[in-house]
Write a protein that binds this ligand. Structure first.
Ligand SMILES: NC(=O)c1ccc[n+]([C@@H]2O[C@H](COP(=O)([O-])OP(=O)(O)OC[C@H]3O[C@@H](n4cnc5c(N)ncnc54)[C@H](O)[C@@H]3O)[C@@H](O)[C@H]2O)c1
Length: 255
């Protein structure tokens, strides 16, 4: 697979799953634009090389997204691939969630994907083709306690994925990637909220049929495959990459 002369924009591309996407698309010869609030993205871009550009950008803010997409086009001549990956996790039920917290999760996880698509798709149309990949979650299908805004935002991403796929076909394809538990800074921070992080880690391992959690690189490789020509018959779908998480009836799998 080669993305020579193509430009991929990766939101939340400084670390975690987005960091892996940045590295993998770069390895596959794409120009890579890392949009992130974390200045660590600058180090990654410098490490990758001349085809990588870091832009500090809060992707939940339209003016910043518009300016970043314009800079990407000015630097590399266009946009071909958008990975809407930036996201945050918060833990609360509906009755515990403040309006501000609800809006924050929706804005970072969902509105950002709308805004980035809004400003990247016209650039893809100028090129005659493009791919949008929304990083959702298995929590678009199954849920757990205390994740009301998060699971809602991830479920809504599937609707956004279908809308983009329908509205811009056949030139532009759009898919959602739905990871199970992936070993990233976000996950490690979540473990630290527990008095026994090691026990929570083991619970996560045990939930997956493959008896481990996933790596950011596994998700990044899937994104690269879906963005490539070999995946040209995929559009509008949500693809789970989850080690079999949540497909068993509770208690049905004996050790
Ligand atoms: N780690 C998991 O187990 C898991 C599972 C399913 C889905 N996901 C999803 O995958 C995506 C990446 O998660 P991760 O685990 O790599 O998280 P992470 O926290 O390790 O990395 C997320 C990146 O997004 C950036 N970011 C956050 N808010 C931003 C904003 N407003 N503007 C720009 N950048 C912003 C962060 O600075 C960070 O670099 C998220 O959408 C997350 O919901 C993660």
């Amino acid at each position: 697979m080669s993305f020579s002369n193509k430009t991929a924009v990766v939101t939340g591309g400084a670390k975690g799953i987005g960091g892996a996407c940045s590295r993998i698309f770069y390895r596959e010869n794409a120009n890579v634009v890392i949009l992130d609030t974390d200045p660590q993205g600058q180090r990654l871009a410098a490490e990758l090389g001349a085809r990588a550009l870091f832009l500090q950008c809060d992707v939940s803010k339209e003016a910043q997204v518009k300016a970043a997409m314009e800079k990407a086009v000015e630097t590399f001549g266009g946009i071909d691939i958008l990975i809407n990956n930036a996201g945050i996790q918060r833990y609360s039920t509906v009755t515990e969630t403040s309006e501000e917290e609800w809006d924050l999760v929706m804005n970072v996880n969902l509105k950002s994907a709308f805004l980035c698509a809004k400003h990247a798709i016209p650039q893809m149309q100028k090129r005659g083709s493009g791919v949008v990949i929304n990083v959702a979650s298995v929590q678009a299908f199954i849920s757990q306690q205390n994740v009301a805004p998060y699971t809602t935002s991830k479920t809504a991403m599937l609707g956004l994925t279908r809308s983009i796929a329908v509205d811009y076909a056949p030139q532009i394809r759009c898919m959602a990637v739905c990871p199970g538990t992936i070993d990233t800074p976000m996950l490690r921070e979540a473990f630290q909220l527990s008095p026994d992080p090691e026990a929570v880690y083991q619970e996560c391992v045990d939930m997956h049929l493959v008896k481990r959690i996933g790596t950011p690189e596994e998700v990044g490789e899937l994104c690269a495959y879906l963005a490539g020509d070999k995946a040209a018959f995929f559009t509008g779908q949500a693809i789970r990459i989850d080690g079999g998480l949540g497909i068993t009836i509770a208690g049905s799998k004996k050790e």
